[in-house]
Design a protein around this ligand. Structure first.
Ligand code: SF4
Length: 279
């Protein structure tokens, strides 16, 4: 064995230098905008308004992504009367499920978990297979409708308002997002981080030691279901790892596509208030 072949530990270097080292996402991305303090104050004001105007009927629909963890921290830190809920699609990463438990311990709180109807999922997989989402956009949308939209509808049923961690910067489709929008069903959607940059989000995480998904440390800026999420590489946009095999069309699951109550389903009219998703 030549020195070049020897394990790093035999050459006197620590054994783990053989593996690439990644900086924590909070160290890599934290970069406050000049108006960061103002953005934080505005976000908190909006959350307070939502809690007061919709007392007992407002929920943070959390994807457990980093933006939603920032909002969870604000809600708990300031004692706001806003429920926190998430969707367990049955296809989440182990890291996401671990964060769900860790966040509840960290904040000493219960996070509502909404799941799709088990029998319907079994039937869908039996009919179309577990890899249906890769075969056509229609099947992917059908899977999202079953695993996400259906339980989201139940989550929101008794609520007059919901909170999301959407930011304009996340994608071109989210460029028209407003901090407060009323849907055609009358429900109000608040997006307190609408003007935050990714750097602001991570600055907040660093400032307040907010728990986050360890996948973010492995270049997953946006995290959804395991089969439909991959890490991004340098130069790719923040949503590039979601449904990466779909080259055209909107990279959304329908959670934040304006619903058409008459049709009973998400409308994909591009003129509707397509505001993107934290999911
Ligand atoms: S993100 Fe993928 S696995 Fe999750 S509901 Fe949509 S298609 Fe199904």
């Amino acid at each position: 064995m030549t020195p070049a072949d020897a394990p790093a530990s035999r050459l006197g270097a620590p054994a783990d230098t053989a593996a690439p080292r990644l900086a924590p996402a909070s160290r890599l991305h934290a970069r406050a905008s000049a108006n960061y303090a103002t953005l934080r104050a505005q976000a908190l004001d909006l959350l307070r308004s939502a809690a007061e105007q919709h007392a007992g009927h407002v929920v943070l629909a959390s994807s457990l992504g980093v933006e939603d963890m920032v909002l969870t921290d604000m809600i708990r830190r300031h004692g706001l009367d806003i429920a926190v809920a998430t969707l367990d699609t049955g296809a989440l990463h182990a890291e996401t499920l671990e964060l769900l438990q860790r966040a509840q311990r960290h904040y000493d709180m219960s996070i509502e978990v909404w799941r799709p109807p088990q029998q319907a999922v079994v039937e869908f997989v039996g009919r179309h297979g577990s890899d249906a989402m890769y075969r056509s956009v229609e099947l992917r949308h059908a899977c999202c409708a079953l695993r996400k939209l259906e339980p989201l509808g139940r989550m929101l049923d008794a609520r007059s308002a919901w909170i999301t961690g959407l930011r304009r910067e996340q994608s071109a489709q989210r460029g028209g997002l407003q901090a407060r929008q009323q849907g055609s069903d009358g429900r109000v959607k608040f997006s307190p981080l609408v003007d935050w940059s990714l750097g602001d989000v991570w600055q907040y995480v660093a400032d307040f030691a907010v728990p986050y998904n360890t996948l973010h440390d492995r270049f997953y800026p946006s995290i959804g279901c395991a089969p439909c999420t991959r890490a991004v590489t340098l130069g790719e946009d923040q949503r590039a790892g979601r449904w990466w095999w779909e080259r055209d069309g909107e990279k959304e699951c329908g959670l934040h596509v304006e619903r058409n109550p008459a049709a009973g389903a998400a409308s994909r009219d591009p003129l509707a208030s397509e505001t993107g998703a934290s999911a």
